[in-house]
Ligand binder design. Sequence first.
Ligand code: PLP
Length: 482
Amino acid sequence: MTKTIFEIGLNGRSGDYVPASDVPAEGLDLPIERTGPIGLPSVGEQDLVRHYVELAAKNYHIDKGMYPLGSCTMKYNPLMNEEVAGLEGFTGLHPAQDAGDVQGALRLMHELERDLCEITGMSAFTLQPVAGAHGELTGMMIARDWFRDRGETDRRTVIVPDSAHGTNPASVVSCGFVPKVLASDERGMVEPAALRGAVGDDTAVLMLTLPNTLGIFERDIAAIVGIVHDAGGLVYMDGANMNALLGIVQPGAIGIDIMHLNLHKTFSTPHGGGGPGSGPVGVRGHLADFLPVPRVVEEKGRFRLSGESSKTIGCVHRWNGNFNVLVKAWAYIRRLGGRGLREASENAIINANYLMKLVSRHYRVTYPGPCMHEFVASGAGLKPHGVKTLDVAKRLLDYGLHAPTVYFPLIVEEALMIEPVETEKREALDGFAAAMEAIAREAAENPDLLHDAPVTTPVRRLDEAGAARNPDLCWSGECAGD
Ligand SMILES: Cc1ncc(COP(=O)(O)O)c(C=O)c1O
């Protein structure tokens, strides 16, 4: 086990590379002044750097290898984005600065909003929500206030297909609506006749993940939108998977009323460990007045924040959301341009279909597609050998690969949700498929190899439930240092 930074500290050993201060010491003369050591470890610069390099080498990360984790986060994090977002002109801003001092930042937000409108075909966007699920909640609040404004308070049901992302029903409930689950048909899609049977006078919204969590585009989308609109409801699109649709489908043009985007999934802004993310919400014209405020407005080439809106749902996050995430998305969109964005989606689709064909030789793919940017395989065929999907995922670590998302979506038994994304080369896809094939063979010939996996990683199989429910994250021992 690697020692913690506290354990490698030694009294008296420290970085003496900082020159002694030539400013006379001044006591603060305050009751909060420190009187004893604060328990920071004493280590030299070299030990410090080596310690963190060693830790980073133990970890698996995108700079080390492929990340076929279905759903949830973008796996391409261009270094250029980091550089742009790290410019002092952006990081040195204070969110309460006067509009006259921050014209560049306001302009960037304005341009990003216009870009997102053009990409999606929506009329207006708010950049405030700081996660996909936060965007969903914002969208549901907009729908709620829209119906309230029309005096249709009996519309309380939100239809959520069983192929939706797990956060969707949670957002529905958090906003005071009641979710109604709609089963997918044998194609993994919403069946128009079933939807027709589900809508009624109480229908507020259909909340559709598109492409859905099986990686499938709803072939009957025109009929689906029509059925909901005819019933007086709104169509919400969970657009977190928009990385499959850039330049191909404009949700606004097919009648979607409200949608969110995961900038951290579609526009290259990382979202590890739960944040910082960004889930902008777009609406078509009839709902624009309900968007959160403040919003950036342009007047004769100058930009300011405006809170003027009589129907707004209010503010859902102060200081316009996670600004530096917006900078990264803006940089990515500007760098690729319209054609580049379309190519990114096309490559994501090609990669996913190529990999699906290879993987389906050894694992069941219940809904064989064609898929969009991701697909769901199943480890159920390995059950006769006493092997589960979790064992496959753990064994992949021994092959030096990151595991796919497992056990989601729930409608696929022993699910393995695989998303290669647009930037992986054919060799990487072939390598992943070869590892999956080898593991399927091992499952039949020597299943214990999988039960014991991983055996080559710095730590062996973890107690995942224990780690999630009883995390032990605080150092509480003795620290050599001051
Ligand atoms: C389809 C879909 N919807 C919603 C979300 C929720 O996004 P977030 O994790 O930013 O809340 C995700 C990713 O987690 C997703 O893949």
